[in-house]
Structure formats: C-alpha cells, structure tokens
Design a protein around this ligand. Structure first.
Ligand SMILES: [Zn+2]
Length: 292
C-alpha cells in the first residue's frame, strides 16, 4: 500500500471497493451524449470503464498519521447497512476495509479521530458496526468530527425524509457521546484543519493538511470525477444545492490551480492523487505517478 509522505505526515488510501455502477448520464444528470463524446477518449479506461461505459469511482478513506494523531478521513459504505436506494451497497459485506487498515498497521482502537467530509452513506459507513443487534462505534477510542452545519442540515433532512445512513451511522455516534460538532473551518492543530466547501451537502468540508511547508487537501465530494476539472459546471445527481456546489467547486479549482498543494480526490480513480493545473485555458487533473 503506497504511503504518501507530506512533511512529517503520512497519508495512505484505504480502498473499500471500486464502484462502476453509475452511468455518466444519470450521475451528471444535465449532461448529454454529445458532452461525453468530447471527453470519452481521455477519460477511458482510467475514469470511465470502456466495457460498461460507467464511471470508475473508488470508495475509499484516507488514513492520515501525524506525529500526534491517527486520523481517518471518511469511512466508506460499511457492513450490513440497509441501503435500498443503492442496491449495490445494500446489506453488503466488504471484507476489505478493516483488513486494509490492519495491513497499514492500524487497529480500530488506534484511531484517534474520524473526520467525515459529509454525511452521505459512502462516507460514514464504518462509523458503526452491528453488534448484538445494535449499531455501535467501530472505533472505540475515537472522537468523530462532524461539521455542525452538516449535522444540522442532515438532522432537518432526516425529519422530513428518513436518512438511513444518519440513523445507523451518525446518530449512534452521538448517542455514544463520541461525536464532536465543530465549525466548518475547525482546526485540530496546525497540521490538520477543515475547509468549508458547502453545496454537495449543507455543511460539506474538505480536510487540509500541512507539515514542514508541504500541503495537501482531501476533497470529499466537492468534486467527483476528473471530468469536473474541465467541466466545473457539471452538477452531480446528489448535489444538495447545485448553484452553491458549482461556485464551491470553481473556487476550489481556482484556489489550488498551479499551486504546490497535493490534491487527494476521494472518488477520482487510481491513484486519486495529483495536482490541479491549467491546460488549454481549462483546469486539468495531473495525476501523481502510480508507484509500486
Ligand atoms: Zn461520495
């Protein structure tokens, strides 16, 4: 498993699965076949599966080890979760996540913080596990960091339309008193802080990392696919506030374009890391080389 050093921080991807269930026209509902004709060639095979024609989207967490803390950014889909709206995640068992975390040398009890970029089902799943018929925190010694505006947004949504992932993967963390609700620009310390990036969800955040002059940002879902670097206006089907999502994505791309900040893009295909550069008057994602 590749380790990406960032000053005195080490970042590792913990991949739960590679999802190829979404066809691009329904994932980006305002796009047309003509739109995709412009991008299919460069998107295939890495970001668009040539066989099914569907998007290639890793479902993954980032393990971040600083000198002080062991942190997990997002927690994928998880086990036994009832997700009737997403049949490919419904009641699944992914025997990948905890073993890969173990292979990286981390047991659940070693995790100090879980930070969820947002509260969708592919980002909160391993927050909890089913034990004796109850959802309990997977990570017993962990503070789970949620942005307060995200929590409040989903609490309101849940009251109107029950949100299964809120019920089984977020509320039990509150009940176990392991949640900490924070502002969208919360800083854990001078190496790890949140960046408010609302739009995909009400209180979505990115996670910024810095050590010894090197910086990185973990995107969560403020951008889903490298095609949105070229087409930042394309909204994703689940974007809660499409106008705000567009504005946030564009300012994210402008902020990091041609900078030295490494971007870890949660749903971008292998190796999911690289830099945003300007190419032909558009943004472009330049992947880091795949190592070993
Ligand atoms: Zn996602």
């Amino acid at each position: 498993m590749t380790q990406y050093p960032l000053g005195q921080i080490v970042i590792q991807r913990i991949v739960e699965s590679i999802c190829t269930a979404f066809d691009p026209l329904s994932f980006f509902p305002e796009t047309t076949p003509d739109d995709w004709a412009r991008h299919r060639t460069w998107m295939e095979p890495r970001a668009l599966d040539p066989v099914s024609g569907n998007l290639v989207l890793p479902i993954q967490a980032f393990l971040v080890r600083t000198r002080r803390h062991t942190i997990l950014i997002d927690t994928c889909v998880g086990h036994d979760k009832s997700r009737p709206q997403w049949l490919f995640w419904h009641m699944k068992k992914f025997d990948t996540f905890l073993p890969r975390l173990a292979a990286a040398g981390v047991r659940p009890e070693d995790v100090d913080y879980v930070m969820c970029t947002h509260l969708h089902s592919d980002h909160v799943g391993w927050n909890t596990q089913l034990r004796d018929g109850r959802w309990v925190p997977t990570f017993p010694n962990t503070k789970y960091i949620f942005a307060r505006s995200e929590w409040e947004g989903f609490e309101a949504l849940h009251r109107k339309h029950p949100q299964p992932q809120f019920l089984d993967s977020v509320l039990p963390i509150m009940e176990a008193r392991q949640a900490e609700l924070v502002s969208g620009d919360f800083a854990l310390d001078d190496e790890v802080w949140l960046e408010p990036t609302p739009g995909h969800t009400p209180g979505h955040v990115c996670v910024h990392l810095a050590s010894q002059g090197s910086e990185a940002v973990i995107t969560g879902d403020c951008i889903h696919s490298p095609v949105q670097c070229v087409e930042p206006e394309w909204i994703m089907r689940a974007d809660f506030d499409p106008t705000l999502a567009r504005t946030t994505r564009r300012s994210f791309l402008e902020r990091y374009c041609d900078s030295s900040v490494m971007v870890y893009a949660t749903h971008f295909p292998e190796p999911s890391t690289g830099r945003i550069i300007q190419r032909d008057k558009a943004f472009w994602f330049e992947y880091e080389r795949i190592e070993g």
